[in-house]
Design a binder for this molecule. Sequence first.
Ligand code: MTE
Length: 306
Amino acid sequence: MFENRRRVLRSIGAFAATGIAGASGNAFATLSSPDAKGQKLAAKTNPQFVALDKPTAFKDITSYNNFYEFGTDKGDPAEHAGTLRPRPWKVSVEGAIKNPKVYDIDDLLKLAPLEERVYRLRCVEGWSMVIPWIGVSLSELIKRAEPTGNAKYVQFITLADPSQMPGLSTPILEWPYSEGLRMDEAMNPLTLLTVGLYGEVLPNQNGAPVRVIVPWKYGFKSAKSLVKIRFVEKQPPTSWNLYAPSEYGFYSNVNPGVDHPRWSQATERRIGEDGFFAPKRKTLMFNGYGDQVASLYQGMDLKKNF
Ligand code: MTE
């Protein structure tokens, strides 16, 4: 059904209602139940942001995850993230801005009409997926926050509650999980404040109730289960960079020309295509989003700023 809908949308090229969550035309979701798990989320497909690759199966997207707060195996988040409580949930928007605000998650959902966007996500480990996300451009939130001249970077801070996240007892990464973007990266229309996928609220293992998706960067930049969005003057510390600075740079742009010190980044395995004869795919510069983002890095040495 999802495939058919996409094909129709592509052929008419229209900004049409998705239909998955009912054709009410109401893009604002009201999630009254304390446990929003599996709840449908209405959104309109934004055809400007629809990758033409076949979307990865829902089952794969929700069972092959990285979310170290729930364990390091790919199956751990699906198995253990049932303890995460995505309602009630607050997100503090703070720092070098004129309008600091603590959003209730349900108000965050009403920031702007929700859009469905099909993005490729490429993990630094060498696998990728194609996911129909639901969210709004992070720029919608940033505009309302009114950053001051001191806001040069945005830091994303994740929940770190041991009562909900069993993986926190293992000190693999520095908790809370932290990531960051330069201000112009955060303002790029591609950067998605994400609240759902495949027509429903984000499953816990995918970062409920709200995460960021930065499709031209390795997956670890796309921090899950956000509780703070902080505007800062200096480049913020990030969990993976603290863990291994020579392996995980701040920029982490998908770049087949810069190998990870321990493996090549030239190709990737698309999850769901892993039969014996399935060829690996060539990894694309900026994960294929160069037209939209290459200008952000003009004049920068991307081997040094990896
Ligand atoms: N966010 C948090 N809070 N904790 C994590 O361990 N892992 C990152 C990123 N966001 C991670 C996180 C990594 S390494 C990847 S590849 C993506 O989430 C995976 O997102 P997915 O499981 O929805 O595919």
